[in-house]
Design a protein around this ligand. Structure first.
Ligand code: GLC
Length: 606
């Protein structure tokens, strides 16, 4: 069992915080860490936990909250340099000229050359400073980044926490920079929090769940008024607005773990027994049998980046794309031992069924919409064309305008008698990245993005979904949510963080120029606007009404996009290649989708 015994006199603690605030120093700098180390903390690192059985691990995870030390810089003020609009304008102008001169193929290389030459990119420098200022420390170790770091905000809600999903672009930015420790620490500490005794009104969600977020808290030590202890306090959704389940956290955790191994070359982390157990616990939770008829993962509303009611309960595309990517990544990382054979078999079967289901039934383009338009309904048979009994009247009028003649996309959700035709960006982009979409589909999604640039990018990349829910639909589906009014926040708002997923998808399809164009749009104003969380209006012209400023994943998303465009081959650590075993199985099912079901029916009769 790992015990952290990092105590300090509360007086010292206060002095420390005061010194930090008054000095405005940057807490993460080595010198500061050095000073902290000299405070006599005997905290062991999460590295110490290894070779435990599952039972031991749960116990150790439970006890993880006992004693902690934090050096808590999370509410430190930003030390970002102030940027003159003129300077930025000039910088961008130069960069743009260079890129235009060098053309598409050389674009990424040019950016890298610029970096290599040491030319200062003011926006990037500012972004790095802000990202570093958002780092959260625990036991002298960097363990994550807070969601937003706006010193002037009076309404921080839970934005002072480390969100698992928000940390992904931060973690990737650090990995791409060769700074691996923060990601390693994040992975190990969140693993310690996994499936801990979280409850809501006496109910505990399934084992293996990863928290949505965590906070490092300093609390008085039991029985000693003069000392404090620090605890890692996770939120599994039991405190979150709307009590939403963070289904995506564990999936992102697996994706980041794989990226860590690929970038750092250090496979010892994923090989650790506790990490292997963590992967299996997430998989078990996702692969557990339920009442579901589909291979897609059934979830409640708000269980991913869109974490409030937006009518995405059921089988939302974002979760399916992350699920697919996490299954592929886990299959790569799980040690090939007897104990893992069942789970590897189960996940391979699921991968095949999932890709078939999404590629076949979620895909729409002009041709498919026209088929749906002429669907017959109420077909009772194994060979029904309209399997989900979709009534053609469901085709929304906006879709007729939105669907380009060249291009297509994966719809947001599919349920009996219901297709959610909205375009959800993250789900589509991650379907490209994870190879859940076929190569043709992936290109078609990028074709659509190019064709619908004014709708999806306009003045700031990237619209979270298109179109917005309005009127009565907004009232019923969002519950009249004033934060999700049309073209705001999750309801058609524009989120700069999505730049990084767009960039990975474009690089994978060898179309970096699309991402480059989006980055240039963002660079026109994101820094002057103070790195907002999201933008409002159809064309993303306003900073979001309730948007946090200095939102970390807006900053990190931009940095990841820049780093990848400068070095596109680094995107490999995030991309899942289509696997030949899956392709073969897929073509078999395509030839005869009923094969498996018929066999099952026979065994039932016997
Ligand atoms: C909002 C977003 C969510 C994000 C959180 C912290 O709740 O919807 O995706 O993780 O803010 O930034």
């Amino acid at each position: 069992m790992q015990v952290h015994s990092c105590l300090r006199k509360s007086q010292n603690c206060r002095r420390r915080v005061y010194a930090l605030q008054s000095g405005g120093s940057v807490f993460h700098e080595k010198t500061d860490v050095g000073r902290l180390e000299s405070m006599g903390c005997q905290c062991q690192q999460a590295e110490g936990v290894s070779g435990l059985t599952t039972g031991d691990q749960n116990e150790s995870r439970f006890k993880e909250k006992t004693r902690r030390l934090t050096s808590n810089p999370i509410n430190g003020t930003s030390s970002a340099p102030s940027i003159e609009g003129y300077e930025v304008g000039q910088q961008l102008k130069h960069e743009k000229e260079d890129l235009v001169i060098n053309g598409k193929a050389a674009a990424a290389g040019t950016t890298k050359d610029e970096l290599d030459k040491g030319r200062v990119n003011v926006i990037e420098d500012e972004a790095w400073n802000l990202l570093r200022d958002s780092i959260v420390y625990y036991c002298n170790n960097q363990v994550g980044t807070i969601a937003a770091n706006d010193p002037s905000s009076s309404n921080i809600l839970n934005y002072d926490q480390v969100f698992i999903r928000d940390f992904i672009p931060s973690g990737i930015a650090f990995l791409l920079k060769g700074e691996y420790d923060i990601v390693r620490n994040f992975i190990l500490h969140t693993l310690q929090l996994q499936s801990w005794e979280k409850t809501m009104d006496c109910h505990s969600p399934g084992q293996g769940l990863m928290p949505a977020s965590f906070k490092v808290r300093t609390v008085p030590l039991d029985g000693d008024d003069s000392a404090t202890e620090d605890v890692l306090d996770p939120d599994f959704g039991e405190a979150a607005i709307g009590r939403v389940a963070p289904v995506d956290s564990g999936l992102w955790w697996i994706i980041l773990l794989r990226a860590y191994g690929k970038c750092s070359g250090d496979l010892s982390l994923q090989e650790r027994i506790d990490v292997q157990t963590g992967i299996k616990m997430i998989l078990k939770l996702c692969l557990a049998d339920g009442f579901d008829m589909f291979p897609t993962l059934l979830v409640t509303d708000g269980s991913c980046m869109i974490d409030r009611r937006m009518g995405i309960h059921g089988h939302p595309l974002e979760i399916q794309a992350l699920f697919y990517s996490a299954l592929l990544s886990a299959r790569e990382m799980l040690a090939p031992e007897d104990a893992s054979a069942d789970i590897i078999r189960a996940l391979t079967n699921r991968l095949i069924a999932l890709s078939f289901h999404i590629r076949e039934y979620y895909w729409i383009d002009m041709k498919k919409v026209n088929e749906i338009y002429r669907y017959k309904t109420e077909e009772y048979s194994y060979d029904a064309v309209n399997k989900f009994n979709i009534y053609p009247d469901q085709i929304p009028s906006w879709l007729v305008e939105f669907m380009p003649s060249k291009g297509g996309y994966l719809i947001g959700n599919l349920q009996p008698a219901h297709m959610d035709f909205r375009f959800f960006s993250l789900g589509n982009l991650w379907s490209i990245v994870s190879s859940l979409a076929t190569v043709d589909q992936s290109h078609a999604i990028l074709d659509l993005i190019e064709a619908k640039w004014d709708e999806l990018v306009a003045d700031m990349p990237f619209k979270i979904c298109y179109p917005a829910l309005e009127g009565q639909e907004w009232q019923i589906i969002t519950g009249s949510d004033p934060k999700n009014t049309p073209w705001s926040y999750h309801n058609g708002g524009s989120w700069p963080t999505l730049l990084w997923q767009l960039t990975v998808a474009c690089i994978k399809m060898n179309r970096p120029e699309v991402a480059l164009k989006a980055v240039e749009v963002a660079e026109r104003r994101i820094s002057q606007d103070k790195w907002p969380e999201y933008y409002d209006t159809k064309r993303a012209r306003f900073i979001g009404k309730q948007a946090q400023l200095y939102q970390t994943w807006s900053i990190a998303g931009y940095l990841v996009a820049k780093l990848l465009l400068a070095n596109p081959s680094a995107a490999k650590s995030l991309v899942n290649k289509e696997d030949s075993e899956l392709v073969n199985a897929f073509s078999l099912i395509s030839a005869n989708p009923r094969r498996k079901r018929v066999r099952r029916r026979q065994s039932f009769i016997i």
